[in-house]
Design a protein around this ligand. Structure first.
Ligand SMILES: [Zn+2]
Ligand SMILES: [Zn+2]
Length: 175
């Protein structure tokens, strides 16, 4: 039984993550996304671009698209309510809320200077991948998982860290 809760939780999280990636890619970055497109480009990508990728507090109150994301999440939830036994539906609902929260949190904290999540190397790595998106708006649409971008063919690695770059320059110079 525990295993089926776990399977539902993982499937739910992957589904939320895929939906976020596709909505960001297809609606946030294409004119047919309408208001979602205008909000995303005029606010998020305007607040944070090139040499201004972080701010003391998150600038996202204006033109925030997060509420729209509740529409597909609610749709899937309604389907799950009909299709699943009640205890599994509860597992789905809890996982869905948690996954939604993590997506919103990461999206904010990537842009907050000195975020508490910075102490984790895995978070800094994800942050770099997200910053690549702000420099190359046709790459890295994931927020939590970037393997979706590998699958979609939109993945781009961050530039090498300064220390690594220096090492490479030394190696080239030594040749
Ligand atoms: Zn974007
Ligand atoms: Zn961003």
């Amino acid at each position: 039984m525990l295993l089926s809760y776990l399977a539902i939780a993982i499937a739910t999280h992957l589904l939320v993550s895929l939906a976020q990636t596709l909505m960001h890619y297809k609606l946030g970055h294409h004119a047919y996304g309408g208001k979602l497109f205008r909000n995303h480009i005029n606010f998020h990508h305007t607040y944070y671009s090139k040499d201004h990728l972080v701010s003391a507090s998150y600038l996202g109150e204006e033109g925030n698209n997060t509420p729209y994301f509740l529409i597909p999440v609610g749709g899937v939830g309604a389907g799950a309510y009909v299709a699943l036994p009640f205890d599994l539906f509860v597992a789905h609902a809890v996982a869905s809320a948690a996954s939604f929260y993590v997506h919103v949190l990461f999206d904010r904290e990537y842009h907050v200077a000195g975020s508490w999540l910075q102490k984790f190397a895995w978070f800094r790595r994800k942050q770099e991948l997200h910053f690549v998106h702000h420099l190359h708006a046709n790459r890295n649409f994931g927020v939590v998982h970037f393997f979706w971008d590998r699958l979609l063919g939109t993945y781009r690695s961050p530039p090498p860290a300064p220390a690594q770059r220096r090492r490479e320059t030394v190696m080239v110079a030594a040749k």
